[in-house]
Design a binder for this molecule. Structure first.
Ligand code: UT7
Length: 382
């Protein structure tokens, strides 16, 4: 009996081994089924009409056109209409352009990814609002909260879904209405002169040509300094920003998500330790760009256009210098719009495309760094 059992288990293990060998041989020759590539089939953007120059801001706080231009490169930015425009409505305007350029319609979209740090509501996210307003089918909607790198993260998620064949038409949106939450007093001038409102969108579809489309995406995070570029309230954290922690009896609950003291302390305003963020950004931007190039056997010389997140013109110029890229290979529009966070990469890509700087066959590199910290890149053969 024991002998018969061991003969049986031996023959089973031989069969399994043979199966594994055959399987390995097959996998070397056969491409995994349903592995497609994705491409940006259409890109669009929308910026609000209201232009605020640096001199306009100096009416509200102690700042100057000279300081802002010298430290950031920004000349003006757009602020959304207070009542008529929201993060979602701007995203919709950008999406309409992207859909039209992709030659498709809202009804063809089978997945929505919406990146923003300034959602219309704390919850639900903007994705479902866009789905409702654009009268789309009952498709999935995912909101991404990765701040300045939100759009590149969103692109990466969309790319994976197209690759596996799960979806065919994905709408990726990055939109921000910073102006609603910023403080225009001198105490917040290092933050409020930088940010602007706007939206960008892309439609992702399967690439038809071999070697075309998104070649790879690279995502990173390091939460060690999460609080140095953040909006701490409203939030469900441990309230370390409150000087006097009110004693709560066991008869009381809640009340610390948002209250009068939080409002008056300024802890509900966006906070940034600018120099610390700057130091990290100038390391991580080139790192993640080089990572994308190396993964595809390219060098910086092969880049046709680098579209960096528009954080600060000085950061972009530093990266350009380090990679030894000529002026016409780095696209910047921070001068006109400031930092529009999740919208900045798609707005810049859309403007570059409109200007004829993104052509079929071009090697395009997108890169972003921001709050979290999170940083990311995408290398695209257009
Ligand atoms: O997109 C997400 C990632 N974000 C970034 O990558 C931003 C990275 N950081 C930066 O871009 C820069 O740090 C800032 C533009 C935010 C600030 O520039 P900075 O050269 O690093 O200035 P600072 O914060 O070191 O401040 C220098 C001085 C201070 O005055 P004192 O203490 O030297 O007297 C500030 O109070 O400049 C003052 N300052 C201003 N003055 C006029 C700060 N903001 C302003 C302002 N106008 N708006």
């Amino acid at each position: 009996m024991t002998q018969r059992k061991s003969v049986y288990s031996l023959s089973v293990s031989v069969v399994i081994r043979q199966f594994k060998i055959v399987n390995l041989r097959l996998s070397l020759f056969i491409k995994p089924p349903n592995m497609y590539s994705s491409k940006i089939a259409g890109i669009g953007h929308y910026v609000p009409k209201n232009v605020y120059t640096n001199n306009d801001l100096s009416r509200f706080m102690e700042t100057s056109d000279e300081w802002i231009q010298e430290r950031t490169g920004i000349q003006e930015r757009r602020f959304a209409d207070r009542y008529e425009e929201t993060t979602t409505t701007m995203g919709i305007e950008a999406a309409k352009v992207a859909l039209q350029r992709a030659g498709t319609t809202a009804q063809d979209i089978d997945f929505i990814i919406f990146a923003t740090l300034s959602p219309d509501y704390y919850f639900p996210g903007c994705g479902v609002l866009l789905q409702r307003e654009m009268k789309m089918k009952e498709v999935g909607a995912l909101d991404i909260r990765n701040q300045c790198s939100g759009f590149v993260y969103a692109l990466s998620v969309a790319d994976q879904f197209i690759k596996t064949g799960m979806y065919k038409n994905i709408l990726v949106v990055g939109s921000e209405k910073h102006s609603f939450a910023m403080d225009f007093e001198t105490r917040s001038r290092n933050v409020s002169v930088i940010f602007g409102d706007g939206a960008g969108a892309a439609v992702l579809q399967r690439a038809e040509k071999e070697g075309q489309g998104i070649l790879s995406t690279h995502l990173h995070s390091d939460g060690a300094d999460a609080e140095i570029l953040a909006m701490h309230y409203p939030g469900a954290h441990a309230n370390k920003w409150l000087k006097d922690k009110p004693a709560f009896s066991d008869q009381e609950l809640g009340g610390l998500f948002f209250n009068k003291e939080i409002l008056e302390s300024g802890a509900a305003l966006p906070y940034m330790d600018g120099p610390a963020v700057f130091k990290k950004a100038v390391v991580k931007f080139p790192e993640v760009i080089k990572e994308a190039l190396a993964a595809n056997n390219y060098t910086a010389k092969d880049i046709d256009l680098l579209v960096p997140h528009q954080a600060n013109l000085r950061i972009s110029q530093y990266v350009q210098q380090l990679l030894e890229l000529p002026d016409d290979k780095v696209f910047n529009n921070i001068q006109k719009y400031g930092n529009t966070t999740a919208a900045s990469v798609p707005i810049a890509l859309s403007e570059a495309w409109e200007a004829g700087k993104v052509k079929e066959g071009d090697l395009i590199c997108l890169a972003a760094f921001g709050s979290g910290f999170t940083w990311a890149s995408a290398l695209i053969k257009w």
